[in-house]
Design a protein around this ligand. Structure first.
Ligand code: ATP
Ligand code: MEV
Ligand code: MG
Length: 433
């Protein structure tokens, strides 16, 4: 295989319609890719001139400008002790299995090598480096002379799957660097990106990386066969066309890792009670899926039955949000959205993703007036300073753009150490099917 660089890999963010947190305990979950939110990773060669310019002998560069993070490493000098340890070497029959020893060694390396202050940003830096080094050393430890520039318009840590999109982009790019024939094998990308999510929060359900890998909308269910838990992915054909959705970003920082760990503590403290709540969430997800199906059948004519089904959908969304609130993953900033949506009666609102800040979603009532919906949006923006997006669900999953299709304009913009420019996004997106 003739490997040419640069390449770009890209994957979408997601919105969980129903089933966050309960998914971690094997309950049903449904989520969709979001068309206008994607992560982009450029991989290119490091030239000798680049090295001379910074007077280093680095042969690996991580450049994550969205986090203000840049690391230059010399693979042999800095990471050789991790790579050469036999316990960190991944055999081909364990290629999609998480290696705890490797993860622990990376943790020690980062503790000794990155300045740690107890700030939100330094937590983000730590977790971003951990995921990057884990996937790199797991997939292609022999890598040399490569720069990885990651730029994303999936808001970081907002509940829209930024970590999964990052993992999926890294995995596909690293499979390319390895010269792997699995480069476009979505199952391998999905399995390996789950390992990246494990670095972020230990016990991922797999829904976020599945959506970032496969795109479209996914229903993830778990069943037990001979005592072994098996995941089943189903691509959902379409959402009802008569329903529009808003995504509201509170911009309140949160960490999926902390929220998942808090629910775990609660579950350990009162297994019976929390299990019942998780079961109720499972029923909510199943109910929401049935309502969607019925709405799609009924939506061509606005019958009383259609209206009743839409109301029943909103009822389940309300219950789902209440259940999430009861396990402590809401936030006063999210409740403000919920209250306003109920006051103005514009549809069903729930938090989405891990909660604790981040985003809420509102499925708009097709019978709500435009004025009320505008009042809702303006109040959220003007009163609270939130961002409101009209979300377009669905879209392509993991995708690689090869060297021939990367124009000078795209390359130059990527190499600027700033957030990705809107024009570049348009140019890259026009290359994605
Ligand atoms: N643009 C980016 N550049 C580099 N790393 C990023 C970027 N966006 C996200 N990350 C990584 O993802 C982590 C945030 O993941 P986290 O799971 O906490 O939030 P999320 O994925 O946005 O929300 P949720 O899991 O609820 O959907 C960061 O700590 C960082 O490691
Ligand atoms: C909170 C959670 O359910 C969703 C995060 O987007 C975690 C997971 O499913 O891995
Ligand atoms: Mg995440």
């Amino acid at each position: 295989m003739n490997l040419t660089f640069p390449i770009i890999t890209t994957a979408p963010g997601k919105v969980i319609i129903s089933g966050e947190h309960s998914a971690v305990y094997g309950k049903d979950v449904v989520a969709s890719a979001v068309k206008n939110l994607r992560c982009y990773l450029l991989v290119e060669d490091i030239s000798d001139v680049d090295k001379e310019n910074v007077h280093t002998t680095h042969d690996l560069e991580l450049d994550f400008p969205d986090l203000g993070l840049r690391c230059l490493w010399n693979v042999e000098q800095d990471l050789g002790h991790i790579i050469n340890n036999k316990e960190n070497q991944i055999s081909s029959n364990a290629f999609t299995i998480f290696n705890q020893h490797l993860s622990d060694d990376i943790e020690i390396f980062l503790k000794n090598n990155i300045v740690h202050k107890e700030t939100h940003l330094s937590h983000l830096h730590h977790s971003a480096c951990h995921v990057f080094l884990y996937l790199l050393l797991h997939i292609v430890p022999k890598i040399k002379n490569k720069r990885f520039i990651m730029k994303s318009n999936v808001p970081v840590g907002a509940g829209l799957g930024s970590s999964a999109a990052v993992s999926v982009c890294l995995v596909q790019a690293l499979l390319y660097c390895m010269g792997s024939e699995h480069l476009s094998d979505l199952k391998t990308i999905n399995d390996l990106s789950l390992l990246g999510e494990k670095c972020v929060h230990g016990t991922p359900s797999g829904i976020d990386n599945a959506v970032a890998t496969y795109g479209k909308a996914i229903i993830l269910t778990t069943h037990t066969a001979n005592g072994v838990k098996m995941k089943n992915l189903k691509v959902m054909d379409k959402f009802p066309e008569s329903l529009n959705m808003l995504l509201i970003n509170t911009k309140i920082p949160k960490s999926t890792k902390t929220l998942v760990a808090n629910v775990k503590k609660l579950h350990e403290k009162d297994n019976n009670m929390i299990s019942s709540i998780l079961d109720a969430m499972h029923k909510c997800t199943q109910g929401i899926l049935s309502e969607f199906e019925l709405i799609r059948i009924l939506e061509s004519e606005e019958s009383p039955e259609f209206e009743a089904t839409v109301n029943s959908l909103f009822e389940k969304i309300r219950i789902n949000h209440g259940l999430l609130c009861s396990i402590g993953v809401s936030h006063p900033g999210l409740e403000k959205i919920k209250i306003l949506s109920d006051e103005l009666k514009i549809g069903g609102t729930k938090l989405t993703g891990a909660g604790g800040g981040g985003c809420a979603m509102t499925i708009l009532d097709p019978y709500a007036s435009e004025e009320k919906v505008d009042e809702f949006k303006c109040s959220l923006i003007d009163l609270y300073g939130y961002d409101v997006y009209k979300s377009q669900l669905g879209g392509t999953g993991a995708y690689l753009i090869d060297t021939n299709r990367i124009t000078k304009e795209i390359l130059l913009d990527f190499e600027k150490n700033t957030k990705i420019n809107e024009n570049t996004v348009k140019l890259i997106d026009s290359l994605i099917p």
